[in-house]
Write a protein that binds this ligand. Structure first.
Ligand code: G1P
Length: 291
């Protein structure tokens, strides 16, 4: 059987963003910008630059702004055209054309595995990518492309990893597994937010996956029997007895945009790199003379 390309990506965006209240009371946390570009746009660009053609958003209440962001805006486009603002017009129009967008609602907030399961029928019987909204990795090739490269070699699910200080493992999903190069791991276990005494591993899961159709089957099988939230860890552990799964420590700079400090770090770095304001931001930061 010939290899199935990864054409679809699921982006779960139904969460309330409680860590950013009050900013996220009436607007999606994914629309918070790094300078002038919402975090979610960077994720869609990562997907598209990794060969994804169809984006499936798993949304919930009060996510309308996100849908509008990737839709055409007739009045705005006419206005920009009339004023001769060609660059801005192109930028606005390119958002709509960069991929095909689909939306499905997660009925109840029942965990990240449940969110993924809501997209099962839109994905169908093919492998797909999953990108959670908080984890941004600035990398070339994009982090998702790095995962897809591993998928193409083994045709097994692949999870993005980053190495964290051991005392911080209780903030993350942590995987254990065998490795020859400390980069690619053949997984043995996925522990969601373990105590540092419960694992020797410091390989933390970041929110990027390539999954196969049986991943959905496992989520579906477990949906009724799991008390509380259905997590990605449940499906990974259930699959581990049946097939190989891999974890890849991705190259690049990772930002946790779901955390206030991580978000500010990303803002500063993206502002410093910004072609129009980068020099000004640098001068300003130097002028602060912080010790
Ligand atoms: C989630 C996942 C966890 C992962 C983390 C990465 O946790 O459940 O496995 O390591 O994202 O950011 P959250 O940060 O939503 O509590």
């Amino acid at each position: 059987m010939s290899k199935q390309p990864i054409r679809k990506a699921i982006l779960p965006v139904a969460g309330f963003g409680t860590r950013f209240l009050p900013a996220t009371k009436a607007q999606p946390k994914e629309m918070l910008p790094l300078v002038d570009t919402p975090v979610i746009q960077y994720l869609v660009e990562e997907a598209v630059n990794s060969g994804i053609e169809q984006i499936i958003f798993v949304t919930g209440r009060s996510k309308r702004a996100l849908e509008d962001h990737f839709d055409s805006h007739y009045e705005l486009e006419c206005l920009l055209e009339d004023k001769g603002k060609r660059e801005a017009l192109q930028e606005v129009q390119s958002l709509t054309n960069m991929a095909e967008f689909f939306y499905v609602r997660q009925k109840q907030p029942r965990g990240n595995g449940d969110a993924i399961l809501s997209a099962k029928n839109l994905v169908g019987n093919e492998p797909c990518a999953v990108l959670f909204g908080d984890d941004l990795v600035n990398a070339e090739p994009p982090a998702l492309q790095q995962l897809i490269n591993v998928y193409e070699q083994y045709e097994d699910p692949v999870i993005a990893l980053t190495s964290v200080p051991h005392q911080q493992v209780s903030k993350y999903g942590i995987v254990e597994g065998e490795t020859d190069d400390n980069t690619l791991f053949k997984l043995r276990d996925f522990k969601e937010k373990p105590d540092p005494t419960e694992t020797d591993s410091s390989q933390a899961v970041i929110g990027k996956y390539v999954i196969t159709p049986d991943f959905f089957d496992k989520l579906e099988d477990m949906k009724g029997s799991i008390e509380g939230e259905l997590g990605m860890d449940n499906a990974v552990n259930a699959l581990l007895g049946e097939r190989d799964l891999y974890g890849l420590e991705v190259e690049g700079t990772r930002y946790d945009c779901g955390d206030k400090l991580g978000y500010i770090q990303a803002t500063i770095d993206y502002a410093l790199k910004h072609e129009k304001i980068g020099d000004g931001v640098k001068d300003y930061l130097k002028s602060l003379n912080l010790d």
